[in-house]
Write a protein that binds this ligand. Sequence first.
Ligand code: SF4
Length: 184
Amino acid sequence: MVTEKNGGHSALLENYQALVGNVDSLCREIILASGDAIACRKGCDGCCRHFSVFLVEAYAIADAVANLEPERSALVHDRARKALGGETCPLLEEKGCLLYNQRPIICRTHGLPILIRNGGATTIDFCPMNYRNVDSIEGRHIIDLDRLNDTLAAINSLFMKYFLCGTLPSAQRLTIAEAVLLQI
Ligand code: SF4
């Protein structure tokens, strides 16, 4: 059980939700600017994996599952129990996401151009179905993955400070299945 030390749950998720809002805005802008160069569409699950997430994201997922209709919540819990060690995301159903509006940040950037730094080298990665006949992408339409991850890590650290996490799994990251099953 997570013990609240200070403030309300929603207040503690405020920083995270603000980051989600910023990421969504940027992704929308990229998609709008890219027009038909983006092939990503509803029904494509090519990027869906059983990801791991920071505790703050796990908590947001658990909170969202707790607010589902009882029948849907039971379905998601059942899928998560079966998927604990598996590679398929328990939230993936018929090529759709059972928790689309509350999906993790990594899922929001699926397929879009991301900047990856490796030592001194930088690469830009995106779904090979996207930007097929495009020679260049504007810098402002490329997601700086390190910066995004650093911001998320900082928000997670702040979040952890406000909770006693003694009874939570000790790993720094939880799988999506573990997040669904988190007792909050
Ligand atoms: S949370 Fe949703 S979008 Fe993310 S991998 Fe799972 S099914 Fe796909």
